[in-house]
Design a binder for this molecule. Sequence first.
Ligand SMILES: Cc1cc2nc3c(=O)[nH]c(=O)nc-3n(C[C@H](O)[C@H](O)[C@H](O)COP(=O)(O)O)c2cc1C
Length: 146
Amino acid sequence: MVKLLILYDSQTGNTEKMAQAVAEGARSVAGVDVDLKYYAEPKELAEADAILVGAPTYYHDITLPIKQVLEEAAKAGVKLQGKVGAAFGSYGWSGEAPKQVLEILKNRFGMKTVEPTIEVLYEPNQAKLDDCRKLGKRVAEGIVSQ
Ligand SMILES: Cc1cc2nc3c(=O)[nH]c(=O)nc-3n(C[C@H](O)[C@H](O)[C@H](O)COP(=O)(O)O)c2cc1C
């Protein structure tokens, strides 16, 4: 069984809806253990084959809970090289966070990142939720066939 971790933050529920859709897509693939959570220990990141981060943009930045998980993992020396990483998130006007997360996953942790990131203006509509489902499914299929 391969492991796919969806780590997200969401203060008003918009990124959470995206994260749930990503999880739904990933769960449609057999042989993948999907974990959806807003906090993960370094060990859980180390055990995952793919990490998808749901990051809403606040003050042109990634929010603290997400930064905290990434910082703890970095400090613990967690090795994520070669694992699959992706990012998505809701925003209001600038929406930098998913790209900032992807940059960290790629350049700090050496992950294989999936592009493009998905950014949704405020609440995701059905089409955007479908994009999120497709992202989850695509990443899950990728790690199952590795
Ligand atoms: C205090 C505050 C600061 C925000 N800063 C930004 C920002 O810098 N750029 C942006 O695109 N959206 C910004 N937003 C909008 C949020 O990203 C948007 O409401 C998003 O849907 C929140 O996602 P969530 O429901 O997953 O928390 C801000 C919202 C609040 C309340």
